[in-house]
Write a protein that binds this ligand. Structure first.
Ligand code: T1G
Length: 703
């Protein structure tokens, strides 16, 4: 028997075990192996019933995502055809679903006549997260099994349901008492079916259309939801597939589903989302770190500074059940910090995301102190004090004295030199940057900044810890602004300069949000604080001294005390949260342009797109060339998880590949010439970009 499945006889039962680690992804080889085993069982008169299970305990994580976009995706036996064959076997087929059945894995189970799970079983159709829809019967069989609306909710959310819910809504027939007893229970179920003691029923091929949708439901659903979907293709295709399930006989519905699936699979959005899926898994792979790297134990954490960032950081660990000590210099600041955390949790309770008991459990994990001596037994300290090198270095001198050997000392700095911080300690190998993004208990991105001396096990431990607290950790080398903020600089520079040259903040932001970015540059600055941005820029003034023209607008707003939302006026004027264009800002830009001899003219949207995005892309490529970022996918993850770049564009690097690297380079060269001295100064193509284009490369990678 093929090594990808196991085939055992148990009396008159055939047990077929999926055995393609790590997740039984249903790639062509496994599909062929399942078909071969099923045909063998079907043809054997000694076999009265079949049990299909995951030989490692996990049933299947679905189709092999790496096949999509290639011939392999529908290579015979294609998944829809294999499942249709299984529904036509003339012997009972029981799916024993251990742990997980996702996507095609659940569709495989739906093509079996009977399904049994165990208490830890989770089932779902997460295809929407990949810009896809279920393409092997899920949109046709699930609505017929549990009703169209429940099925649609599951497929649009992409979230798995637990074993009890799956039993309650009819996806599972039974639950074994434990994972260990699942296969035995499945065998017993099959024997009952053979003996006629269990209610036999056809697999879910019944031809009549699904029930459960009020007449006008789909029209209303489409009308209510389309704005939410913005430019997303997959939800619309999914709705059409469920519509087919409600209107067409099964065979026709299945054919319609394949056509809709292929349209989704061929879309740029799905290619982008599949890129993100693998990028998230690649981000954890760092040269010099592997399964043999011994991780340090993190049982107790301390956070220095109980302000907005420190409090948010501390919440991440309390949420993960890890005790946290907050250290402040003043008692009232500490009390305020703890009260703010309690307030934040209280909001989650009001929203029904947390129970009162959970709030108290988390608060019980949070203690405060004014004394470094109380940090003697912590395993990880994260400093989150004012963004001034001298202040941070003073904290690290204290930590070096107070903390035990082997404790990891991390700084939450957003741009300062981690090596300079490490240099004031006797243990630079234990020092690392952990750059959280505000609000730290919400934003998923965590830049893990390794210093020259950072030990591999410190890096491995903090990467693992990052995922434990639900973050997307990405490794960065040391440079001003690391990956995200370093790229933000030229991107925001072009936005500012374009306003000097004749665009308005609203026009610039409109182009960027038109690309589905969560926020434009100016609304983001008004939220984060024009003053905050000024202080960061001021710390780096030397690096931009040769042309501050684009800074002057922000500098002037800072001088006028227009700090953004917090003062009611920044680049925009605010009535509460309502943002209005502010002619005073345009007049200020006009005045500054005159003083700086910047010619003003009407600016088109395409120029705004190209100048902002191409400079963002150019800096990312430069970061890759300098080795600050390990791979293009990491850079994408930074912008997807820290700056609201739309995931269905895949991130700035993937977006550049989609546009064409040659087009990006040509655009940069165009503005290098067209913008006079300013263009000469700032529009220098990254050498790696030039090398890639010269070599005819279409992917961004070190070269
Ligand atoms: N295809 C290919 N590789 C996969 C895979 C998949 N479906 N799922 C996981 N892997 C790889 C992953 O890249 C990693 O590889 C390793 O397995 C461990 O994964 C026709 C169209 C199952 C919850 O969307 O959600 O079916 O890095 O690190 O944290 O209608 O993987 O070790 O080389 O994530 O324990 C639908 C995707 C597909 C599920 C496990 N299914 N997978 O999480 O491990 S489309 C999904 C997951 C489909 C049909 C449609 C998670 C997991 P490497 P991991 P984990």
């Amino acid at each position: 028997m093929n090594s990808l499945v196991t085939f055992e006889m148990d009396g008159d039962l055939a047990l077929i075990g999926l055995a393609r680690p790590p997740v039984n992804a249903l790639g062509q080889p496994l599909r062929a192996a399942i078909l071969e085993a099923a045909e063998r069982a079907a043809a054997d008169p000694a076999v009265k019933a079949i049990v299909l299970h995951g030989s490692s305990g996990l049933f299947s994580a679905g189709a092999d995502i790496s096949e999509f976009g290639s011939e392999a995706s529908f290579a015979a036996p294609d998944l829809p055809g294999l499942l249709l064959r299984l529904t036509r076997l003339d012997k009972p087929l029981v799916a024993a679903i251990g742990k997980l059945a996702l996507g095609g894995g659940l569709e495989l189970a739906l093509a079996c006549g009977y399904r049994i799970g165990e208490p830890g079983t989770r089932v779902g159709l997460p295809e929407i997260n990949l810009g896809l829809l279920p393409g092997a019967g899920g949109t046709q069989r699930l609505p017929r099994l549990i009703g169209a609306q429940a099925a649609l909710d599951m497929m649009l959310s992409g979230a798995p349901v637990n074993a009890q819910k799956a039993l309650d809504i009819g996806i599972l027939d039974r639950l074994a008492p434990s994972a260990e007893s699942l296969l035995d229970e499945a065998r017993a179920y099959a024997r009952e079916l053979v003996a006629g003691q269990a209610q036999a029923r056809p697999a879910v091929p019944f031809p009549e259309p699904a029930k459960g949708l009020p007449e006008d439901f789909l029209a209303r659903f489409r009308q209510d939801n389309e704005p939410r979907w913005k430019s997303r293709l997959a939800p619309r295709l999914l709705l059409s597939a469920v519509e087919a399930a409600c209107l067409l006989p099964l065979e026709e519905g299945l054919a319609r589903e394949v056509a809709l699936f292929k349209e989704a699979e061929a879309s740029r959005q799905s290619a982008a989302l599949r890129h993100v899926f693998f990028a998230e898994r690649e981000a954890g792979k760092v040269p010099g770190i592997d399964a043999s790297t011994q991780l340090r134990t993190i049982a107790k954490v301390a956070v220095i500074g109980a302000g907005t960032m420190g409090g948010g950081i501390a919440m991440n660990f309390a949420n993960a059940g890890i005790p946290v000590t907050l250290l402040e210099r003043q008692g009232d600041a500490l009390d305020r910090g703890l009260a703010q955390i309690r307030h934040n949790y209280g909001i989650s309770v009001k929203r029904g995301k947390l129970s009162e008991a959970q709030l108290e459990q988390r608060m019980a994990l949070l203690t405060g102190t004014l004394d470094y001596a109380d940090l003697a037994d912590v395993d990880l300290v994260i400093e989150a004090v004012f963004e001034k090198m001298e202040i941070k270095q003073a904290v690290f001198r204290e930590l070096d004295r107070a903390c035990k050997p082997g404790a990891i000392l991390a700084s939450n700095t957003s741009s300062l030199d981690v090596d300079q911080i490490a240099a004031v300690t006797s243990r630079p190998q234990d020092v690392i940057g952990l750059h959280f993004f505000s609000p730290a208990n919400v934003m998923r991105l965590l830049e893990v900044v390794r210093g020259k001396a950072t030990a591999p096990d410190v890096l491995a431990t903090t990467l693992k810890m990052g995922r434990t607290i639900g973050k997307m950790p990405v490794v960065s080398g040391v440079c001003f602004g690391f990956i995200g903020n370093r790229m933000l600089e030229p991107y925001a520079r072009e936005a500012h300069r374009l306003v000097l040259e004749g665009a308005t903040p609203a026009q610039v932001d409109g182009v960027l949000t038109g690309l589905d970015l969560n926020m434009g540059v100016f609304s983001m600055l008004d939220l984060a604080g024009v003053d905050v941005n000024f202080l960061v820029r001021d710390a780096n003034r030397a690096a931009i001294a040769h042309d501050e023209s684009y800074c002057r607008l922000g500098d002037e707003l800072y001088a006028l005390g227009r700090f953004g939302q917090k003062t009611g006026r920044g680049f925009y004027a605010y009535e509460g949260r309502n943002r209005q264009d502010d002619y005073e800002v345009v007049a200020l830009a006009e005045r500054l342009a005159g003083e700086l001899h910047v010619p003003r003219r009407p600016i088109g949207d395409q120029e705004i797109h190209d100048r902002c995005l191409f400079m963002l892309i150019n800096e990312g490529i430069q970061l890759l060339d300098e080795g600050i970022a390990l791979r293009a996918g990491d850079i994408d993850l930074v912008w997807l998880n820290g700056y609201g770049f739309p995931s269905h564009l895949g991130g700035p690097m993937h977006y550049a590949e989609t546009l064409g690297l040659d087009k990006v380079l040509a655009g940069i060269r165009h503005y290098q010439k067209a913008l006079g001295d300013y263009g000469q100064m700032w529009f220098t193509p990254a050498p790696l970009l030039e090398r890639l284009v010269a070599a005819g490369k279409t992917r961004i990678e070190p070269f």
